[in-house]
Design a protein around this ligand. Sequence first.
Ligand code: SF4
Length: 202
Amino acid sequence: MNCEQAKLCYAIRDSLYLNISNRCTLECQFCPKTKGNLQLHDYDLSLKRQPSTEEVIAQLPNLAPFQEVVFCGYGEPTLRLKVLKQVAQHCKSLGISTRLNTDGLGNLVHKRNILPELAPCIDAISISLNAQSASVYEHHCQPKLNKAYDALLDFIKLASLYIRRVQVTAIDGLSEVDIAECKQIAESSGATFLARQLDVLG
Ligand code: SF4
């Protein structure tokens, strides 16, 4: 993988991660990006501009060694909805599983339910809940949009109706975050739950 590829595609274990956005709906206090650091392991994920569908596809390596393609990076993939869907569809046509890591605010941003559009090309979705209440969420994630936490809960509830595997995550170690309550929110919405560790990336 050459230097330019490392910015759009990066491998962690048997997953190939695609970095398609440099914009976020949140400004998470715990995120290295918020502190100006866009390094992940050996990869510099800073993007000078938003890559097109063609540019992302052109830089895909041979997918045979990978179990899945994951849309992730230091930016929210659903802010690039068209590119996300087109690249995911391309990956599916090559027979590889797709996963979306998201802040779960795509419906709020796009003012419509985007899950039916994702269903044909996304096999699994991982949604960052990060808090058991709006006030704790606003403290840690600093959403730019109003009523973000309510929209996130709605997205989590809807996701299982459209996507086969839905996982909800929160970070263990953040002040005021109640992991047991986050788990309960996830499981009552039909999702599985994963507690991530603070400062452990990828
Ligand atoms: S949404 Fe993700 S990339 Fe953006 S600030 Fe939060 S943790 Fe960082």
